[in-house]
Design a protein around this ligand. Structure first.
Ligand SMILES: [Zn+2]
Length: 111
């Protein structure tokens, strides 16, 4: 089935242009185009080390929130100030989830 790369609407076979966007339809939407727009990211958590940051990242991904880990590239070893960032539109949701997560972390977890 052809898709419009712009509005992502799926069309019937045989269509070649999206009448709404006036662009050529593509056979498949590439996974890259499903990523959130590379707009602004918001820092939702500052972790003390990479382990904690990865933990928060994988936790958010369970809720389909894509997250990114950022740190000061000037430091030899990233420690002490590792930011977990998400797309701005998910920031509020992510902060709530993290707060919830920190209130009741899974057992056997040292934060
Ligand atoms: Zn379209």
């Amino acid at each position: 089935m052809p898709f419009c790369p712009q509005c992502r609407y799926e069309y019937q076979a045989g269509m070649s242009r999206c009448p709404d966007c006036d662009v050529e339809l593509v056979e498949q939407l590439s996974p890259e185009e499903e990523l959130p727009p590379t707009g602004s990211l918001a820092t939702v958590y500052i972790a003390k080390d990479m382990t904690e940051a990865s933990l928060i990242k994988s936790f958010l991904e369970e809720f389909q929130i894509e997250s990114f880990i950022g740190y000061d590239l000037g430091s030899a070893y990233p420690i002490g100030h590792i930011e977990v960032r998400v797309a701005e539109e998910h920031a509020d949701e992510a902060r709530e989830l993290i707060a919830e997560f920190l209130r009741s972390p899974p057992e056997n977890l040292e934060l």
